[in-house]
Design a protein. Sequence first.
Length: 307
Amino acid sequence: MMKKIIFIIFLVFISQISNSWSCASFLADSKNLRSGGSVKHFFSTRDEKRNLIIKNETNKRCKIKLEVLDMIQRIDGSYRYVNFVPNRNINTSLASYLSVVSEEGDDILWNEITLAPKAVLKTRIGIQSEGLKEGTYFSAIRAYFPEEPTHLLLTELYYSHGEYHAPELILKNLKYDSSKQTVNYTLKGIGSFYSFIYMDIVLVDPITGFEVDGFKNSQGEFIPFRSYIRNYWNTGARGQRMISSKFSIKDFNRYFKIEYTKKYPDTDWQTKSWVISIRLRYGIDVDGWQNHYYLALPTKLIEIKNN
């Protein structure tokens, strides 16, 4: 079982800590220097080739099995990995269209291979996209080590299919419901290439400038206030797509009051008001993923009051 998962935007490395590390690693290829070896991006409008390079880091033989994972959204809009199941209906899945081919022309996906000590295996990732609709698809390739079952490596794959359209997103109709401590919103967009979307949340006292943008969990890790958007678009007018939803800030408010009271213990919360700052961020597959670190819409502010 994995003990620790580290997400760095779309650059993902997963391992389980024990007495030793896995016997092999993914390497970057010449066309993927910026992202390293663990994220690959493809566009249907370009003649692109991406290599998956695996190096045995040890002085002994290393057994490896490459498998495909699906990446699916949770209810809150974040995502998780699940084992690929043939014929399962996930409309963003790239898994059924993938191949990993060795220099000898053999497809090694799902097959166990053995690398000699310090050997490097160079493979080519293939995508057969016939029948895909316009939009962004994603999956992950997992390197599993049969003789070291606690050690895993992941490389994420993203594929934009169809002609690219300039990003256009509008966040509007923001309204705070004090009785439920939720923020309602409408997100409108044009285009099919948006990937994961979320909102950074900061609670601010406009009088003192005091602000809280996250908390530390029991392990001492800082967790930012963040709301993920379920990327399930509804059809809107004039070619637009739309998401109308809401998110809770009840826990954010509670933590803000705790921290604020530490500094201002005599605060009268019956009359106090503060502000929620919302900044929407989104990834979009364009320009060689120059926007890999997400674009952002202008910040929106909403006044918060108690009932």
